[in-house]
Design a protein. Sequence first.
Length: 294
Amino acid sequence: GMHPEMTARENIYLNGAIMGMKRREITKKFDDIIDFAGCKMYVDTPVKRFSSGMSVRLGFAVAAFLEPEILIVDEVLAVGDSEFQRKAVEKMKSVSQNESRTILFVSHNLNSVSQLCSSVAIITHGEMSEPIVTDKAITKYLADTNAAMETITVQWLKRITISPAGKYVGQIKTCQPVTFELELDLPDENEIEVGVVIKDETLARVAVFNSLVNSGAVFNGGNKIICCRLESLPLVPTNYFVDVVIACANKGILGRAENVTQFEVVADDVYGTGRLPSTKQGKLVLQAHWRQNE
């Protein structure tokens, strides 16, 4: 929405006028917009001289502070530094929750979608689904986009199975012991370390365990079956995805296989209270003992 030949100041007033705002209303919010965009030093510079990140920051600030009835935000968190992204998320939450205005948030960033959206529609090949609850939509999106992971195409990873209590059932109870069994055809290198990455339904990393770090174990090249046992998997109930990584101290990462399998953690009464933390409160189920000092 920025005219490249006009300055930041002129663009702010132009956009406000297009939205039907009076000049005095725009002036009242002008300083907040400039501060949020972080372009105070360049307020009278033509926007065509701005970097792409600065242009997006200005455009978002104008849209957010000039109070449209519906705020359409398309991949705004794909640019800008972490401070701008944090401010943008906080502003969108404020607009939606405190000002009761509608935000249409378009993004592939599932963490942000999970934080901000109460319902989600998935667009596939130009066709949009009916809006559904965010958690279900994210699960469906990941299931659809990862459908191909049933067949492992990475040459060095032949098979992976996840075995709670020695029997693979596709589901793991919270805090249940788990064994990851990997059939690997390792490169002809010495001292290869193997890592497993667990990611949640938004593909954010939850845990990483590594053969060298955890037990000092390294492996030589060739076909191997390698097992890693966790005495407890303290994760809240939801779907999780798994990456496998192999690395060599001299050459760094040799291979990474992403989303090669998935599993579901189901609730178990590990606390004896019939309760567990929700996925919105974090991903770990920690043993914590509470008491009052007399």
